[in-house]
Design a protein around this ligand. Structure first.
Ligand code: GLA
Length: 427
């Protein structure tokens, strides 16, 4: 079951007895070449909002059941989510029956998923969407349901037969780091062998970090995205800690992101309870800069128009999904203001400025244009559009000028810079 904090989690993992520290096993240098996740995966994932609610008598509307996923699939089509790019409806932990069947196959809880996963997949596909499922590399899932250790081929085959399109593979209850690394690799190959296109979402580096620096070259060869850091919670503290971790480790992770493989800072919690409007803007803007999978965990039946507009913002999604596929990074931090930037296709750049000062009102910030985009973004000039918190054309800027803005506490201003190579092109 989910532990309450990163510290607790670390303690838990470090407390495990690992008999030997083994070198990375190698199943061959084959890169993960499944043609999937050429841009970061977009969809909906149940965990942060619905967790492991399994009592459908008590909580008929929020328990983990086929009804929940069918409702989300319906809304994804009727409320514009699919048109905005959200495609995968993903099941997390707690969907399983407590035991495998007599053939050793995983089975969905028969009360909560009376039609089984295959019927649910058919339904989701009939809406033009894709279905994601969850399993675990170890002996049990984090919530204690059957793990895939010893059953990788059977489980990959079962998921493929059911018509599953994405697997989130967790790393709880694994008894050694050799089993962890071998298991993540093995499952990747097992999924490929099924012949079905299944996005492979890993948590391999998250479970590896307490022991040593993960081998991201290897991870990218086997996974379409990978979690590095603790679970997102519905709080500013959590979102901030993810951003902190990412910027502190950017030299180690940013260059490994690209078409087919992405760093995963976890779900979008926009539209829930814990983030203010400005903090929701910050999550959306920075997840776009980080080229993060956009997996919302919220209740699409009850979401404010404002959160919906933010999550469906086409300009921000275009930054997230930019075909160049380069992850952004933190450029500077001064006086509690952070500047992040991301190179985009056609020589454009995205720039985000976040005000981390939690006292006072909006703060002015001024930055020289020449310092952005490695000195080339606006050389000799560029058009700047502010995208968040609201869209505003800011016009042509010369390389020698500066960009001035005001940023709310814990909020972010997101810009798009379009290169203009010659001044006369500005019209
Ligand atoms: C771990 C994962 C979470 C979620 C839970 C489910 O904590 O990191 O994203 O899948 O397990 O139990």
């Amino acid at each position: 079951m989910k532990l309450k904090s990163w510290d607790q989690w670390l303690g838990y993992v470090l407390g495990l007895h690992f008999p030997t520290l083994v070198l990375w096993g190698d199943f061959g240098a084959m890169a993960l070449d499944n043609g999937l996740a050429r841009t970061p995966t977009m969809g909906w994932l149940h965990w942060e909002r619905f967790m492991c609610s399994v009592d459908c008598q008590e909580e008929p509307d929020s328990c983990i059941s086929e009804q929940l996923f069918m409702q989300m699939a319906e809304l994804m089509v009727s409320d514009g989510w699919k048109d905005a790019g959200y495609e995968y409806v993903c099941i997390d932990d707690c969907w399983m029956a407590p035991q495998r069947n007599s053939l050793g196959q995983l089975q969905a809880d028969p009360q909560r998923f009376p039609g089984g996963i295959r019927r649910l997949a058919n339904y989701v596909h009939s809406k033009g969407l894709k279905l994601g499922i969850y399993a675990d590399v170890g002996n049990k899932t984090c919530a204690g349901y059957p793990g895939s250790f010893g059953y990788y081929d059977i489980d990959a085959q079962t998921f493929a037969e059911w018509g599953v399109d994405l697997l989130k593979f967790d790393g709880c209850h694994c008894d050694s780091i050799k089993h962890l690394a071998d298991g993540y690799k093995y499952m990747s190959l097992a999924l490929n062998r099924t012949g079905r296109s299944i996005v492979y979402s890993c948590e391999w580096p998250l479970y590896m970090w307490p022991f040593h620096k993960p081998n991201y070259t290897k991870i990218r060869q086997y996974c379409n995205h990978w979690r590095n850091f603790a679970d997102v919670y519905d709080s500013w503290e959590s979102v901030k800690s993810i951003l902190d971790w990412t910027s502190s480790n950017q030299e180690k992770i940013v260059n490994f992101a690209g078409p087919g493989g992405w760093n995963d800072p976890d779900m979008l919690v926009i539209g829930n309870f814990g983030l203010s409007w400005d903090q929701q803007v910050t999550q959306m803007a920075l997840w776009a800069i980080m080229a993060a999978p956009l997996l919302m965990s919220n209740d699409l039946r009850h979401i404010s128009p404002q959160a919906k507009t933010l999550l469906q913002d086409k300009d921000v999604i275009a930054i997230n999904q930019d075909p160049l596929g380069k992850q952004g990074y933190r450029l500077r931090k001064e006086n509690n203001i952070e500047v992040w930037e991301r190179p985009l296709s056609n020589l454009a750049w995205a720039v985000a400025m976040t005000n981390l000062q939690e006292i006072g009102g909006p703060r002015s910030y001024i930055i020289s244009i020449a310092s952005l985009g490695k000195g080339v973004a606006c050389n000799p000039g560029c058009f700047i559009t502010q995208l968040l918190p609201m869209k505003m054309e800011l016009g042509f800027h010369e390389w020698t000028s500066s960009l001035k803005t005001r940023i709310n506490p814990t909020g972010t201003v997101l810009f798009r810079l379009e290169a203009k190579r010659r001044l006369h092109q500005k019209a």
